[in-house]
Design a protein around this ligand. Sequence first.
Ligand SMILES: Cc1cc2nc3c(=O)[nH]c(=O)nc-3n(C[C@H](O)[C@H](O)[C@H](O)COP(=O)(O)OP(=O)(O)OC[C@H]3O[C@@H](n4cnc5c(N)ncnc54)[C@H](O)[C@@H]3O)c2cc1C
Length: 392
Amino acid sequence: MNFPKRAEVVVIGGGVIGASVAHHLAERGVRDIVVLDRAERPGLGSTGKATGGFRAQYGTAINVHLSLLSREKLMRFEEETGVDPGYEQAGYLWLAGSEAALETLRAGNRMQREEGLAEAAMVSRDEIARINPALNLDGVIGGAFCPTDGFIKPLQMLEGYRAAAERAGARFTWGVEARGIERDAAGRVRCVESSEGRIETDVVVNAAGAWARAIAAMAGVDLPVTPLRRQVVPTVPTEALPARMPMSIWAESGFHLRVRDGRVLLLWPTPGDPKDAFGTQIDPRWVDDVAAMARERVPAIREIPMDRPAAWAGLYEISPDKHAILGAAPGCPNLWLANGSSGHGVMHAPALGQLLAEMIVSGDGRAAALDVQPLRPSRFAEGEPIDGPALL
Ligand SMILES: Cc1cc2nc3c(=O)[nH]c(=O)nc-3n(C[C@H](O)[C@H](O)[C@H](O)COP(=O)(O)OP(=O)(O)OC[C@H]3O[C@@H](n4cnc5c(N)ncnc54)[C@H](O)[C@@H]3O)c2cc1C
């Protein structure tokens, strides 16, 4: 393919969010789309590192609504794109070890039910033992469970959106780095400089995940998105836990586990590498700590070794209030941001892609499916970040 000199829309970043935006724009009749990604092939960014959790149990209404819209879209994903997104309703089970943590779950549960997630429920210790008999419940006083939460397959979702967008005419270019963004005297973006040359364009979408801040800076826009390392260690292959075990999360520490492809995946959020914000090295002491937590909390895998060489790490794209940043960049009306999902970007990609495409084609910058005002990029400068318990 000759590298294009012009495109109606340039999307920077071909992860699940960039691909979803491209698909939803193409679905709305925008066909002249070029997606740039500096990686050699799809899935090398955070999307390929995600473990594939899906949930609507969040602490804020806007995140519940993003999940409900995504869930509706996951149900017809295969029809829409031709690819199975792997959505499996195995549930998310939260465990609280203190009255404070239980109260946070209770408040979240009340709000979730008010916003339409009727099946989310508070559960007693006995109910927890029935939902997931493999856990050691010492110290656990109660929890929350939603049976329609569960799992998705990040790379299949990326593939579905990419393939559908390409069928509709969008062009994905791999191994091409965005290096600069030029604005005209009125402040509008007019061209992207890339490692393969300049592309003139009417619209740029920043979908560069953990690297989004640098893309915005090319256009002189300050975007408060920072990388945060997340590590995962799998056990060796095992049948010690059932394949459909719900995602199980200790609310206080954030330690959680699930079964994927015949292994147990163990996660525990910690601050990133202090010496290298974009580093994705595995910290061996972290693996020791997680293995110790697993031995204590999940007796069924006490004797199952960790597969240390198979551990991996990737980057979350953290915004100051841990919610997505969606909309036109302040002061630059044709630079659109789909950033800062803060570790929820795969599950919210169906909703975010549709909503941003709606905003771009609407002419008045509004999304039709949902009121996305809370996610507006200007909220930090206005002193109105989203307020609410993070629930991870
Ligand atoms: C260990 C781990 C577990 C996770 N688990 C989950 C989960 O269970 N559920 C969930 O929903 N989310 C999860 N996430 C978060 C999820 O992976 C991200 O939120 C999501 O992948 C973000 O998608 P994206 O398309 O924005 O980013 P990416 O997939 O990172 O795509 C961004 C792309 O931009 C490209 N790029 C960057 N700079 C440039 C440039 N200058 N020029 C051209 N291209 C550029 C990169 O190459 C990359 O391909 C997890 C993340 C990690 C690390």
